[in-house]
Design a protein around this ligand. Structure first.
Ligand code: KG4
Ligand code: ZN
Length: 381
């Protein structure tokens, strides 16, 4: 976790109510008196993420950048079930979110009086999990008397590389590769998104996870499969490169998982053969993603490619994309590995940019399990 300067301990006070902390859990120090704009020199936003199996909170400041962030992964909670159990996810978010908010505010040396807004993931995701973040964020914003904004989770992923020291400038093409989505998006600015192509079936991360499961690598097995592939030899397993022979920018990954299943059924595999299979699978996914990303750069004439989402942590994908883009005079931008996967820093940033752009919404719990990215519009200015 990133830490900010030491400072006053934040409280969860209600406006106009003197000392009435929302949470009594050992918080000392002052609660927020109804603030004036003068008390808030920096544009500082609290971000909350709870759309799936990560609980996260972060504080982002428009001038100083990211001040603090924390993520808790519920992997251990769901592992035995081989996938995320929505009800367990929601309950765990409830347990962790408020203490985590307190921790990041403290680490950021921030009191509620310093905040200009609260941003939370409003969708897409698991509806119960989203509702927890929405309820916490809307209540805190109401209590603190600051604006609140519901952020599209994928917009967070798309903008995540802007948290890094050398951020990309608009416009760029984004390759979004997560457990739930595989998408190529032309990004002209905040809220100006054109979907160029997407997966017609499994997402890239989902294909990694399902194949990892077949190999007995547990859940979510994407990173474990990639680690196993490091030991594997290329060319031993020749998996199909789905939809590469066709024009267009859509993807299809479900056939790959089937090919892996058939190969595993054929005969028992020793450790080296398992690694070779993992390598063959990874090469097929990476080849496909690289080829389509290059096609998207060509089709749009953009020279910057942003890679976001959990599969963006894949080392082979990173090195292959870097090579291929450099050969075409384009540059690839990534969030740091920890911000490829779900986090609240990207939500604080996206929400912060929208609030700075004058976007406002009334108090209401916003949570949408499904929410097409291209329904978004830019903020007023
Ligand atoms: O973006 P993310 O954290 O969650 C979603 O919003 O879906 O992405 C998680 C996905 C999982 O499917 C995980 O297996 C995959 O990213 N993943 C990887 C790697 N690290 C995480 N896939 C391939 N190689 C990796 N190194
Ligand atoms: Zn995600």
């Amino acid at each position: 976790m990133t830490s900010g300067p030491e400072s006053k301990t934040p409280g969860f006070g209600l406006p106009g109510s003197g000392e009435r902390p929302l949470s009594q859990g050992g918080i000392s120090g002052r609660t927020w008196p109804p603030g004036e704009e003068g008390l808030r020199p920096h544009f500082r936003v609290l971000g909350i993420e709870s759309s799936c199996d990560e609980t996260a909170a972060a504080v982002w400041d428009a001038e100083a950048g990211l001040l603090a962030h924390e993520v808790f992964s519920q992997f251990d909670l769901h592992r035995a079930f081989g996938g995320v159990v929505p009800e367990l996810a929601s309950r765990d978010h409830i347990r962790r979110l408020l203490p985590m908010v307190r921790t990041v505010l403290e680490a950021a040396g921030t009191t509620p009086a310093d905040l200009r807004g609260v941003a939370y993931t409003a969708g897409p995701g698991l509806i119960g999990a989203l509702m927890v973040g929405a309820a916490v964020a809307e209540s805190l914003a109401y209590a603190w008397g600051v604006p609140v904004i519901g952020v599209h989770h994928l917009e967070g992923h798309l903008l995540a590389p802007m948290l890094e020291p050398e951020p990309p400038a608009f416009p760029f093409v984004a390759l979004l590769v997560s457990g739930g989505h595989t998408m190529l998006v032309d990004v002209e600015g905040v809220g100006r998104y054109r979907i160029l192509g997407e997966s017609l079936d499994d997402a890239a991360g989902e294909a990694f996870d399902k194949t990892a499961k077949l190999l007995g690598l547990g859940y979510p097995g994407g990173a474990a499969l990639a680690a196993l592939a490091e030991q594997g030899r290329g060319g031993r397993y020749d998996f199909p490169r789905p939809m590469l022979d066709r024009p267009g920018l859509d993807f299809s990954f479900s056939g790959l998982k089937t090919a892996a299943m058939l190969a595993l059924r054929e005969r028992p595999l020793d450790e080296q053969a398992r690694a070779d299979l993992a390598r063959g699978f990874e090469d097929a996914v990476v080849d496909t993603l690289v080829a389509k990303a290059l096609r998207a750069l060509e089709a749009t004439g953009r020279r910057a490619l942003v890679v976001a989402g959990g599969v963006g942590a894949n080392r082979r994908l990173r090195s292959r994309l870097a090579e291929a883009a450099a050969a075409r005079g384009a540059r690839v931008y990534y969030p740091r590995p920890g911000f490829c996967t779900d986090n609240a820093a990207m939500i604080a940033l996206a929400g912060g940019l929208r609030l700075q752009g004058g976007e406002r919404a009334g108090l209401a719990l916003r949570a949408r399990a499904r929410w097409p990215l291209d329904e978004l519009a830019p903020p007023p200015h």
